[in-house]
Write a protein that binds this ligand. Structure first.
Ligand SMILES: [Zn+2]
Length: 500
């Protein structure tokens, strides 16, 4: 039977409503019976059902309808693959609800109260097609701007979830208020509206699955400097989110109900055990990777092999550590022979640069900036600026290695070795009071180092559920009595009292 051609980004709901108008049928039930062979089909805006029956009667391509004319792509990437398939099947079927499958009922985010529209689009549509229609991208909770015109969306009088469950209402120019002036939306609102539209337009909404989402978010945390050892610093991420999204808007969308940072954000950077809403994902993406296409991020989650060595918690383990030293040495040599980062990159140093950029960025930046201009002529070096830069690097190195009990002694030399151009730094320490103070204060003494090794051995014991005698611990750590520093000896006496 007749069915109007669906317009770009039009909701199937909207097409069905237009169908009734085009055919001049006044009874909703009659139309439903014609389209679905069933007059009790619910008028669902976002995830409609009975699509196999509809396709039978109208010749519509169900896969195309689901991908391009429902809100399916808004849920599909964020639920596991089996649930995605299940949701797809439920939309085809005539006897299965779809809401529970999409995770929409459990997610914090709800749907808008009313079907919404862009007044400027309405005018464009009237000119281009002779009638307005409901676009999908207007009907997403939290999306308040038209992605095309950047103006604020308006509420229509048609509820998103209907009381009269079997009625499909067309978009209508009659909704437009008389004294209408389209008001521009904020930049944040437009940014997130565009990202949501990209999500809707994806041709393939494959689901990466919870495990891969977990990995991507861990990586994002590392990338934005919000990791400290194994801990994710949600406060750092929260700050970035607040820089691009207003508190009032987050509250209005139910995403800021108790404390800050909100619990859902913490959960997102831990292991994913349940799905998060598209809006939650989009908030993080537009804050941490502004400008990146939503499809690229999903692809990254789905296909990228996350190199866990970028994870600071393992970055300093011995093997990685050796590898890092090699790359550092190669890069310093390249810097020296080519006279600068740009030339070094152009002359075969590109790969080395890229590796360091991903794994050891702060060192790389310091190395490039701290490089003395001209061999053997240090008079032009701004030592005060260098002091500030290097002490920041030292603090970071100190903090990164803090929890790693397997590192060798964090001596003055150990710290200096991690700095670019260490020899030059060592020679000019008298001109760098901040670095000097850091080294005086945070260098590990032999005794402190012995205590660290003992602690590591004791932790191993605890993990294996055994307890060693103090002489066993000493021997394992290679600490014969004669070599024990006084402070470590005191430590052992203390453990002795505690164990016995
Ligand atoms: Zn518009």
């Amino acid at each position: 039977m007749y069915f109007p051609r669906l317009y770009p980004d039009e909701l199937l709901y909207s097409g069905i409503a237009r169908c009734r108008v085009h055919l001049g049928i006044s009874s909703h039930k009659t139309l439903l019976h014609m389209l679905f062979g069933d007059s009790k089909v619910a008028a669902i805006t976002d995830l409609p059902t009975h699509l196999a029956a509809l396709a039978n009667n109208t010749g519509l391509d169900t896969a195309n309808v689901i991908m391009h004319h429902t809100l399916f792509p808004l849920y599909a990437p964020f639920i596991p693959q089996e649930r995605r398939t299940d949701l797809f099947q439920a939309m085809l079927a005539s006897d299965r609800p779809t809401i529970g499958l999409a995770g929409a009922s459990t997610a914090l985010v709800k749907w808008p109260d009313w079907l919404r529209y862009c007044p400027v689009c309405f005018e464009d549509m009237a000119t281009r097609f002779g009638e307005p229609y409901w676009r999908r991208s207007w009907q997403i909770q939290g999306i308040d701007a038209c992605p095309e015109h950047g103006c604020q969306l308006l509420d229509s009088p048609i509820p998103f979830r209907r009381a009269q469950r079997h009625e499909f209402h067309p978009a209508s120019p009659l909704f437009l208020p008389r004294d209408l002036r389209a008001s521009p939306a904020s930049e944040e609102a437009i940014r997130i509206a565009k990202a949501a539209t990209q999500l809707l337009a994806l041709e393939e909404a494959q689901s990466p699955g919870y495990g891969r989402w977990t990995n991507l978010y861990r990586y994002l945390a590392t990338e934005c400097g919000a990791r400290c050892g194994r801990q994710v610093r949600a406060d750092v991420i929260w700050e970035k989110i607040l820089a691009s999204h207003r508190r009032g808007w987050l509250t209005a969308n139910g995403l800021l109900t108790s404390g800050e940072p909100p619990p859902w954000l913490l959960a997102m950077f831990r292991k994913h055990r349940k799905g998060f809403s598209a809006l939650q994902h989009l908030i993080v993406w537009t804050s941490l990777r502004p400008g990146q296409h939503a499809g690229e991020l999903i692809d990254e989650a789905r296909t990228r092999q996350f190199d866990l060595s970028t994870d600071r918690s393992v970055q300093l383990f011995p093997v990685e550590y050796g590898q890092k030293q090699q790359y550092r040495a190669v890069w310093l040599q390249a810097l020296d022979s080519h006279g600068g980062a740009k030339a070094a990159k152009q002359n075969g140093g590109e790969a080395c640069y890229a590796w360091l950029y991903r794994h050891d960025r702060s060192w790389l930046i310091a190395a490039n900036q701290a490089r003395p201009h001209g061999q053997g002529n240090n008079s032009r070096v701004d030592w005060r600026a260098r002091d500030r830069k290097l002490v920041r690097l030292l603090i970071r190195i100190g903090r990164d290695g803090e929890e790693d009990l397997s590192l060798s002694r964090r001596s003055r030399n150990w710290f200096l070795q991690q700095l670019p151009h260490r020899v030059s730094v060592e020679h000019h320490l008298d001109q760098m009071p901040l670095c000097r103070t850091f080294l005086d204060r945070y260098t590990e003494s032999v005794g402190e180092y012995q205590i660290r090794r003992l602690t590591a051995a004791m932790l191993e014991d605890i993990q294996q559920g055994i307890s060693s005698r103090h002489w066993e611990l000493e021997r394992r750590c290679g600490l014969e009595n004669s070599k024990l520093a006084p402070i470590a000896a005191a430590f052992i006496r203390l453990i002795g009292e505690w164990v016995e």
